[in-house]
Write a protein that binds this ligand. Structure first.
Ligand SMILES: Nc1ncnc2c1ncn2[C@@H]1O[C@H](COP(=O)(O)OP(=O)(O)OP(=O)(O)O)[C@@H](O)[C@H]1O
Length: 274
């Protein structure tokens, strides 16, 4: 593998993705999408429901191939899974029969790291996410926030260059969610990891990101807006949302997102939208 440090961590070039429909037709989810994420950048994708956010993330992950166009990771065409990336989804994938420590150590063991070392590094990561006292518990014995912290440790322990996150915090209550967002930024700050983050929540996208990418209504969704978020870092998310610069960029993006949401509503529920 070449390691071109000047190349984007993830790049989608002219990506279109079609899906077969149950009626034997075809649905074009996204069309001709270009997306570039430099190493160390935090980029969020927002857009109305069903516009293709997860489809883009799954193409960056190598879980889905584009129907046309190409995906690159650090300048190399992606073939199969993106090995430089870790994923975090809305639902965690903790194994119920393994302890918290063993769940966190699993990724290292699968990469051939000796058991003792993997366990030690898992404990280190559990300390970093504030779960040192819970190493021997099982996932069902944890709160939603603790499960999420375990997943964060599981994702970071393998030291990926790219983090692909699909609504990772959306199932949490609002306070836990804000704490987790803050913790994510603290881990990420200075790590030089590229993040692609999918969310329904514009607030969350702005609070976390360097750039917010807005996808338009489908079928054939395209990128309809890109916004630089020039809020200072490090950011304290507990009070960032009331700052005038935050409100200004929120209003700017929302004015366009609102249009896409209303188009989706008119398309999906024409009778209600009248
Ligand atoms: N495997 C599939 N087969 C058929 N259609 C699919 C498949 N995956 C996604 N789609 C369709 O492609 C479109 C985009 O889906 P996707 O899940 O990427 O959107 P999204 O923006 O992430 O959605 P949401 O906001 O609801 O989470 C949707 O209309 C969806 O029904």
């Amino acid at each position: 593998m070449t390691d071109d440090s000047t190349a984007p961590a993830v790049q989608l070039k002219g990506c279109t993705r079609r899906f077969d429909t149950p009626s034997g037709g075809e649905y074009v989810a996204v069309r001709d999408v270009d997306l570039t994420i430099a190493p160390g950048r935090f980029v969020s994708i927002v857009g109305p429901t069903g516009c293709g956010k997860s489809t883009l993330l799954n193409m960056a992950a190598g879980l889905l191939e584009p129907s046309s166009g190409e995906v690159f990771g650090f300048g190399e065409p992606l073939r199969g899974l993106n090995r430089r990336a870790s994923y975090m989804f809305q639902q965690d994938a903790l194994l119920p029969w393994k302890t918290v420590r063993d769940n966190v150590a699993l990724g290292l063991k699968m990469r051939g790291v000796a058991s003792a070392e993997a366990n030690e590094r898992a404990l280190h990561w559990l300390r970093r996410v504030g779960l040192e006292g819970f190493a021997n518990r099982y996932p069902y014995q944890l709160s939603g926030g603790m499960r999420k912290r375990t997943t964060v440790a599981q994702t970071w322990i393998v030291d990926p260059d790219v983090l692909l996150m699909d609504e990772p915090f959306s199932a949490l209550d609002i306070q836990t969610r804000q704490l987790m967002e803050n913790e994510l930024l603290q881990l990420w700050q200075g790590s030089n990891k590229a993040v692609l983050f999918v969310t329904h929540d514009l607030d969350e996208a702005i609070a976390l990101s360097d750039e917010v990418v807005l996808l338009g209504v489908g079928p054939g969704s395209r990128v309809v807006g890109r916004y630089e978020v020039d809020l200072d870092r490090p950011r304290d998310l507990m009070d960032i949302r009331s700052r005038p610069e935050f409100v200004r960029i929120y209003e700017e993006i929302w004015s366009q997102l609102k249009e896409e949401v209303m188009k989706t509503y008119a398309k999906d529920s024409p009778a209600l939208a009248k």
